[in-house]
Design a binder for this molecule. Structure first.
Ligand SMILES: NC(=O)c1ccc[n+]([C@@H]2O[C@H](COP(=O)([O-])OP(=O)(O)OC[C@H]3O[C@@H](n4cnc5c(N)ncnc54)[C@H](OP(=O)(O)O)[C@@H]3O)[C@@H](O)[C@H]2O)c1
Length: 217
């Protein structure tokens, strides 16, 4: 599978490295074709990773990860291109965090809308699946780092795409089927994004970003 990872930050680099390790062709996308951060990542891949603009990455990809900053995500997917993303699954791990007024960040969208929905509206012919945004990037690709049962959510309008992404979460990253909760359509992204204020507070209370939630019933 050829996979585009839009984003050169810690999340993009962690996901891209894991996918290269699994033998996939990965293209990291950035606003610029010669991004230093992407180039630095490419050097770690023994020639198996490539870099380009968001559009260069999206064009040949079968699957696309959105790992861009929440405030830049709509611009990033527009640059990737509605046509180049048509009929593809876009796995959205972004959070709508606004750090412009310092810590803690506020949410740029919440309650009656979400960044996942905004991205889906911007890309009506793309199957947007929101997942992984509720855990640190180290946990995304290595859930066994945290002992015990802990959960990850998938949300998106296309049931087949949600099932496909749930399968990839297991095959690529090691999430157990029983720990993946299918929340249904993309409006569920409201809740999974609104968890972030609690998540950020917990990170400072617990003194680590490596934790996750478990659901008891
Ligand atoms: N850090 C975590 O563990 C974690 C966990 C869960 C979810 N998330 C979410 O994952 C996403 C990525 O986080 P991160 O810390 O790896 O990186 P980040 O610093 O939030 O984002 C970096 C990427 O966003 C792009 N970008 C920034 N502003 C942009 C704009 N105005 N237009 C278009 N693109 C723009 C950058 O493009 P250039 O390459 O051109 O600079 C870069 O590729 C965020 O939405 C974050 O909330 C993070």
């Amino acid at each position: 599978v050829t996979i585009a990872v839009l984003g050169t930050g810690a999340v993009g680099r962690t996901i891209a490295s894991k996918l290269v390790e699994l033998g996939h062709d990965v293209i990291m996308g950035s606003r610029t074709r010669d991004s230093d951060k992407a180039a630095e990542w490419v050097r770690t891949t023994d020639g198996r990773g490539a870099q380009g603009t968001f559009a260069d990455a999206a064009g040949p990809a079968d699957v696309v990860f959105n790992c861009t900053s929440g405030v830049g995500s709509l611009a990033a997917v527009e640059l990737a291109g509605r046509d180049r993303l048509r009929r593809k699954i876009l796995i959205d791990v972004s959070n709508p965090l606004d750090f412009s007024r310092g810590m803690p960040p506020s949410l740029t969208v919440c309650n009656t809308d979400s960044l996942g929905e905004q991205i889906q509206r911007a890309l009506p012919e793309t199957k947007v699946v929101k997942t992984l945004n509720t855990v640190n990037h180290l946990v995304m690709v290595d859930p066994l780092r945290i002992p015990g049962d802990h959960v990850i959510y998938v949300a998106g309008n296309d049931a087949g795409a949600r099932a496909q992404v749930a399968g990839w979460l297991g095959d690529w990253f090691g999430w157990k089927p029983g720990s993946i909760i299918d929340l249904g359509d993309i409006t569920a992204a409201r809740g999974t994004e609104m968890v972030l204020p609690l998540w950020i507070r917990l990170m400072s209370t617990l003194g680590t970003p490596v934790f996750n939630f478990t659901i008891a019933r």
